[in-house]
Write a protein that binds this ligand. Structure first.
Ligand code: SF4
Ligand code: SF4
Length: 451
């Protein structure tokens, strides 16, 4: 007999409605009080009777609940099924993900940067090595995803263009999908570069803003000491018309709600509130350099609280809410055999945080992959299905055990590893659902005005 999913979350939405969320399917639904009561009645009924004995209305509701994975057949092991999907994703070789840092040089001098003063630039031999690496795998690929990274990748635009053109040629020859994204500080993202990048399938860019102009320009100055905020915003205005544009705000305890509100006001003044997605990142003391600012970093629980407040500010300011509780098969590329970070020397690592760190490399792009290398296995082997707290956790599908590097390399403990969903799912769902409804209402109003 059908049983309820262990990943169901119900919360009061209004006097007449409940908000229903299933973390495994990602389904969100508004349920009337009547439907919620029917759901409870169905669950109770099915403990002792067959579903054929349900009323027609309850059978109909059960069908919808099955569809959203709120219910599943009795003989179905939900956890085992997820674990199976996770294993498929781990060993999949039809999708190749490469994070390529064509240079580690940067035009900025951020106070918390973990890649200070690195000047390496990719050589022609490494560029050839990357092409050969992709060619060798091309025949079995369904997709190739590249994230351009650095340093500041736009300081090596020529390398990005050379490699992208080859990837595009290979994708046509071998019939796989090729998409790219970029992490940039945004200062060099001129109109001309945006146009060239979009022609090379770079679909989205993420830049970082550390608060409004007056704090950003102190925390993220250019190497020559000048500010970068105004130029970055100018660049985003055009970039956001041609590609997906996201703004990451690295949050530590020096932030206040007033400071975030000030940043949002500055973005809105340029009409960016409907065109960029804002994402609040938890600044973490992940390296020796970052450890210097450790005392100002939030812990996971306190970050979850402040994050909720900041997303409410986005909602009030008419910004898009882009953070969604989406189910995933694995947490990150370090848990997939076909994901690599390539540094300018051609050294491969398994984690974005390890780029350019010779001690963390698993080998070089020119050599066969050593799947037994300790730097490969120690992150790959992190499996939330083997961790008791995660197996029992009601947000496992949208967390997947969190960052393996933090768990294994940094030795972060227990709750600090949990994604903020564990602590703020209810208020975040409320904000997300309100934002969806507002967007729907606005679309309906626009349609009405046009007709
Ligand atoms: S291990 Fe952690 S830091 Fe490294 S890529 Fe994965 S999520 Fe990112
Ligand atoms: S890390 Fe925490 S939130 Fe994530 S699945 Fe494990 S117990 Fe749940």
């Amino acid at each position: 007999m059908p049983t309820p999913s262990r990943y169901n979350h119900f919360q009061r939405w209004s006097e007449d409605h409940f908000l229903a969320f299933n973390a495994r399917s990602g389904a969100v639904a508004l349920m009337t009080n009547d439907n919620y009561e029917s759901y409870l009645r169905i669950v109770e009924h099915l403990k002792s009777a067959d579903e054929s004995t349900l009323s027609d209305d309850d059978k109909q509701l059960l069908m919808q609940l099955n569809h959203g994975k709120f219910m599943h057949p009795d003989d179905y092991d939900e956890l085992r099924s997820m674990q199976f999907q996770s294993r498929l994703a781990r060993y999949d070789t039809t999708d190749l993900g490469l994070v390529i840092a064509p240079t580690l040089a940067c035009n900025m001098a951020c106070e918390y940067c973990y890649e200070p003063n690195k000047q390496d630039r990719m050589t022609a031999a490494v560029v050839d090595g990357i092409i050969k690496f992709v060619e060798l795998r091309a025949a079995q690929l369904k997709s190739l995803n590249v994230a351009w990274y650095g340093g500041e990748p736009l300081l090596a635009m020529d390398i990005i263009e050379d490699l992208s053109e080859t990837f595009l040629d290979l994708s046509k020859e071998y019939h796989f999908k090729y998409d790219a994204s970029m992490i940039s500080n945004g200062y060099l993202l001129t109109k001309d570069k945006v146009d060239r990048l979009t022609g090379l399938n770079v679909r989205s860019v993420q830049v970082t803003l550390d608060g409004p102009a007056r704090t950003h320009d102190v925390k993220r100055p250019l190497k020559n000491g000048r500010g970068s905020f105004e130029t970055i915003l100018d660049n985003l205005v055009y970039a956001s018309t041609r590609m997906g544009a996201g703004v990451r705000v690295n949050v530590d305890q020096s932030y206040t709600t007033a400071l975030i509100a000030e940043l949002l006001k500055e973005l809105k003044a340029r009409d960016l509130h409907r065109r960029v997605g804002i994402y609040f990142g938890q600044l973490e003391p992940s390296t020796t350099v970052c450890a210097n600012i450790a005392e100002s970093c939030y812990g996971a629980i306190s970050f979850a609280g402040i994050e909720t407040e900041y997303y409410k500010l986005l909602l009030e300011g008419g910004f898009r809410i882009e953070k969604l509780p989406a189910p995933m098969a694995v947490f990150c590329m370090a848990q997939q055999i076909n994901g690599y970070v390539v540094d300018p020397k051609g050294n491969l690592t398994r984690c974005w945080n390890h780029v350019g760190d010779d001690k963390r490399t698993i080998g070089n792009i020119a050599d066969p992959i050593d799947y037994e290398h300790r730097n490969f296995t120690h992150l790959f082997d992190v499996d939330p299905y083997e961790i008791n707290e995660c197996r029992e956790c009601s947000v496992l599908p949208i967390c997947m055990g969190g960052c393996p590097d933090r768990r294994i390399v940094q030795g972060v403990k227990k709750d600090e590893l949990c994604q903020s969903w564990k602590f703020n799912l209810e208020p975040m769902l409320e904000t997300i659902a309100t934002s969806c409804m507002q967007a729907r209402q606005q679309a309906a109003t626009r349609k009405e005005m046009q007709s």
